[in-house]
Design a protein around this ligand. Structure first.
Ligand SMILES: Nc1ncnc2c1ncn2[C@@H]1O[C@H](COP(=O)(O)OP(=O)(O)OP(=O)(O)O)[C@@H](O)[C@H]1O
Ligand SMILES: Cc1ncsc1CCO
Ligand SMILES: [Mg+2]
Length: 267
């Protein structure tokens, strides 16, 4: 059932070319723009508080990523988020590094008080920190956890009234009732920066063309993990993460409903 709905989303993205407004970090911003283009969306990255609300008026989805947050960018994020809520487009929040420093954790909590987030996408320790857990986020990378990822996804979705997407060895998506896990992935995805950030962009593309944001979240997350698995098979033994990064972008570009349906392993 969910699989058929997701299959239909690939063509919708390609036909509708959703505009995804990002306010994101300055490490992986270019990768996010290219991942958006590769799946069939249009990216725009605009940060000034003077224009973010106007840009949201044109957009089909909004990505907010805390990677290199500062006070000025944060104010723009709140303004853009509120404009997106008013318009009814999905807000995808990537709480990068939350749990690592009090500044990030406090700002993330403040953001959730001011903006209705449709989908939270993070690694396990970031999402755990977001719901008040004692997480061990190492900079922007996930640490160990004292709760199962299934419980974490379900609790986070219920507590934050959102869809929770937790990436990891098994990706876990919950809307508070249902839980879907994705078996695909490859450890090399953790050896290049921005695969999580790009996942949020992919989710935004899918959620910009449907009202079924749960399916959109599963679609975006599984495209990254399946593309990562396929990219590993596409590199030679004497090639490393430089080639892998390029192949990953190729596999996102090549992804369609058929490749997806044949390769995805949902639990
Ligand atoms: N142990 C693992 N084995 C296989 N795949 C993994 C593993 N850990 C993460 N992944 C995959 O890596 C991708 C990114 O997830 P990750 O949890 O590393 O995000 P992240 O920490 O937010 O990344 P970034 O901050 O660099 O953007 C996902 O597709 C996920 O399935
Ligand atoms: C490495 C890094 N530092 C801040 S944002 C970012 C990109 C991955 O999240
Ligand atoms: Mg991340």
């Amino acid at each position: 059932m969910i699989k058929q709905e997701i299959k239909d989303l690939f063509l919708k993205v390609k036909n509708q070319n959703p505009l995804v407004h990002h306010i994101t970090n300055n490490v992986t911003i270019n990768d996010c723009a290219n991942a958006t283009l590769a799946i069939g969306g249009s990216p725009v990255m605009a940060t000034s508080i003077e224009e973010v609300a106007d840009m949201v008026k044109l957009a089909n989805a909004l990505v907010i990523n805390f990677g290199t947050i500062d006070d000025e960018t944060y104010a723009s994020m709140v303004r853009a988020g509120q404009a997106a809520n008013k318009k009814g487009i999905p807000v995808i929040f990537d709480p990068v590094g939350v749990g690592a420093t009090p500044f990030r954790t406090n700002r993330a909590k403040d953001f959730l008080e001011h903006v209705n987030v449709s989908i939270v996408r993070g690694n396990a320790s970031e999402v755990f920190a977001l719901i008040g857990g004692e997480a061990s986020t190492r900079g922007v990378d996930s640490g160990t956890l004292s709760i199962s990822v299934r419980d974490l996804a379900k609790n986070a979705a219920a507590k934050l009234q959102t869809i929770a997407v937790i990436s990891g060895e098994l990706d876990t998506i919950s809307n508070g009732n249902q839980i879907v896990q994705i078996e695909n992935g490859d450890i090399l995805l953790t050896r290049i920066t921005g695969t999580g950030c790009m996942t949020a962009s992919l989710i935004a593309c899918f959620s910009g063309v449907t009202e079924d944001w749960f399916s959109a979240a599963i679609a975006g997350m599984s495209v990254m993990s399946l593309a990562g698995e396929r990219a590993r098979k596409a590199i030679q033994d004497n090639e490393g993460i430089g080639t892998y990064r390029m192949k990953l972008m190729d596999e996102i570009f090549l992804m369609d409903n058929q490749i997806w349906a044949e390769g995805v392993r949902l639990l």
